[in-house]
Write a protein that binds this ligand. Structure first.
Ligand SMILES: Cc1cc2nc3c(=O)[nH]c(=O)nc-3n(C[C@H](O)[C@H](O)[C@H](O)COP(=O)(O)O)c2cc1C
Length: 161
């Protein structure tokens, strides 16, 4: 049962949590870095708004992704426009993730992960999107360790399918 944490973070909030998860699960963390600079908050609002409207793939600096050797992919991102940023969606689309389990977590200014879960299920119909974790719940030590236990046991059970 092999985990990987794949994340995008503009200002570091998601990154800090992603690295903690990777440390606690003793697994690799992959930061997805967009080719473009999103710049200030205002500039990011404009640029990402255009990305959602155009709905095209967004290029990134990472090498061609291959997540085929992992069983469960923990996907971390800031909520942008109630969704997962397009660059991370693009990276996952280019990865070999058929039949895998995707475990999303987010950070946000108040929005929940609900619409990102819908976005992921719509985009990746051949993937199990489960055990999503909201913000700020993930910062709560008890909720966090219960979640880690849950994803560990789901991962174990899916290996027995
Ligand atoms: C372009 C943009 C759009 C955002 N849209 C939302 C939103 O719809 N709902 C929300 O609660 N927070 C929104 N935020 C706030 C971020 O989700 C929040 O600050 C997040 O924790 C930043 O994570 P990071 O430091 O990993 O980039 C937005 C921030 C940016 C830059």
């Amino acid at each position: 049962m092999k985990f990987v944490v794949v994340y995008f973070s503009k200002t570091g909030t998601t990154k800090e949590i992603a690295l903690k998860i990777a440390k606690d699960l003793n697994c690799e963390a992959i930061e997805v870095v967009a080719d473009k600079e999103y710049g200030s908050y205002f500039s990011a609002v404009l640029k990402s708004g255009a990305e959602f409207l155009l709905n095209k793939s967004i290029s990134y600096k990472n090498e061609k992704p291959d997540l085929s050797t992992y069983d469960s992919i923990i996907v971390g991102f800031p909520i942008w426009y109630n969704k997962m940023p397009k660059v991370l969606e693009s990276y996952l689309s280019d990865s070999n993730i058929q039949g895998k389990s995707l475990i999303p977590f987010c950070t946000s200014g108040g929005s929940t992960i609900k619409y990102s879960v819908t976005q992921l299920r719509k985009k990746f119909s051949n993937v199990k999107v489960q055990n999503e974790m909201n913000y700020p719940e993930i910062k709560d030590a008890e909720k966090y360790s219960a979640w880690l236990k849950r994803i560990n046991s789901s991962n174990y059970l899916s290996q027995q399918d």
